[in-house]
Design a protein around this ligand. Structure first.
Ligand code: NAP
Ligand code: ZN
Ligand code: ZN
Length: 347
């Protein structure tokens, strides 16, 4: 038995997304079916739909910033009941046995976690993401959305929120730490909010001064345009932690020069091309270069609870499904404030 869901489908790297129909299996014993209410447009959806990354299998339904309401539960489901407000992020399963899964780092599952889209699920079928009206997921990979965060503001937390929260916690963002966020987009604006809520001194490094007022109102204390060469002189050796959210290539050496002694730059933006850098940029000032990918289920729930406790959600522009292709173009032009969220009632 299956349920029919409406969806928006990428059929090739060059065709616009178009409306279609997909089948969702009935929930297994430990699975829930979620009526999707909102889904965020993450830049990873665009990288995937437009074939920037290797290994995309078309047709694909993207979307991994999902919020909705439980509408059916399997016989052995314990954590959720029909009517609960829930979310699904970037992965929907993992081996559950390896050292990383057991440590709550399912995103780094040794067997490979099963992505919400463009993966093969346990049922042997391709996974289809949140640009659709429903999804079926094992309860262990479903998050509870606390009261106090609206479903539209919560959706982007499932990827953008946790992708920033995790490295900010891992590298100790807090009082007395100078943190810079490169790129004021979907990830970047959540990074500003979360780092400020953790008590760090936050600076935004953006291509232009256009987003300055917004950044300061979200909690940043400093804001600099990277198009101005003086920025790199003024800020040299300043930051304990830099998080790079840029979806395109950046001059890594230039940004490493902004780290203090022993400071760390964490790469979360995922451009397709390999990095180039001079090892001298790391040797001088004993700097570190690191990366980070999403966060585990336990930490994602912690992040949602943290956001609720601090009154944080994403700044969203809600669109209809028919506006997805235009929204993709606006994201690519860095023209979004600060996350497009699709109203799933319009698929
Ligand atoms: P986004 O909303 O498009 O934000 C990216 C920001 O980077 C833009 O708003 C812009 O900020 C800046 N930017 C874009 N092009 C640039 C360029 N050519 N030079 C300098 N700055 C540029 O994207 P997002 O959804 O936040 O995602 C960002 C990246 O993170 C993507 O590559 C995505 O695939 C990746 N990602 C990684 C993870 C992970 O787990 N590691 C999770 C989610 C997403 P300004 O306007 O302020 O300059
Ligand atoms: Zn994402
Ligand atoms: Zn595993």
């Amino acid at each position: 038995m299956t349920t029919i869901a409406k969806a928006y489908v990428a059929t090739s790297a060059t065709e616009p997304l178009q409306p279609g129909i997909i089948e969702r299996r009935d929930p297994g014993e430990s699975e829930v079916r979620i009526a999707i209410k909102f889904v965020g447009i993450c830049h990873s959806d665009i990288h995937t739909a437009r074939g920037d990354w290797a290994g995309v299998k078309y047709p694909v339904v993207v979307g991994h910033e999902i919020s909705g309401v439980v509408e059916a539960v399997g016989a052995r489901v314990k954590r959720y009941a029909v009517g609960d407000r829930v979310g699904v992020g970037c992965f929907v399963d993992s081996c559950r046995e390896c050292v990383n899964c057991l440590a709550g780092e399912e995103q780094h599952c040794l067997a490979g976690s099963i992505s919400t889209y463009n993966s093969i699920g346990r049922d042997g079928l391709p996974t289809a993401g949140g640009y659709s009206t429903s999804i079926v997921v094992d309860e262990s990979y479903v998050l509870g959305i606390p009261v106090g965060i609206s479903l539209q503001a919560a959706a982007p937390l499932l990827c953008a929120g946790i992708t920033m929260y995790s490295p900010l916690r891992s590298w100790g963002a807090g009082p007395g730490k100078r943190v810079a966020i490169i790129g004021m987009g979907g990830l970047g604006h959540m990074g500003v909010k979360i780092a400020a809520a953790l008590g760090a001194e936050v600076t935004v490094l953006s291509q232009s001064l256009k987003k300055m007022e917004d950044a300061l109102s979200l909690g940043a204390e400093g804001y600099y345009a990277t198009s101005d060469p003086a920025t790199f002189e003024v800020l040299r050796g300043r930051f304990d932690l830099i998080i790079n959210t840029v979806s395109a290539d950046i001059d890594v050496d230039e940004y490493l020069s902004l780290l203090a002694v022993g400071g760390t730059m964490v790469m979360v933006g995922l451009p397709a091309k390999p990095l180039g850098l001079r090892t001298w940029s790391l040797a001088g000032f004993r700097r570190n270069l690191a990366g980070s990918k999403m966060g585990g289920i336990r930490q994602t729930q912690e992040m949602l609870d943290f956001c609720a406790a601090h009154g944080l959600g994403a700044e969203v522009e809600v669109i209809r499904a028919s506006g997805i292709n235009d929204a993709f173009d606006r994201v690519l032009a860095s023209d979004v404030r600060y996350r497009f969220v699709i109203d799933a009632g319009t698929f």
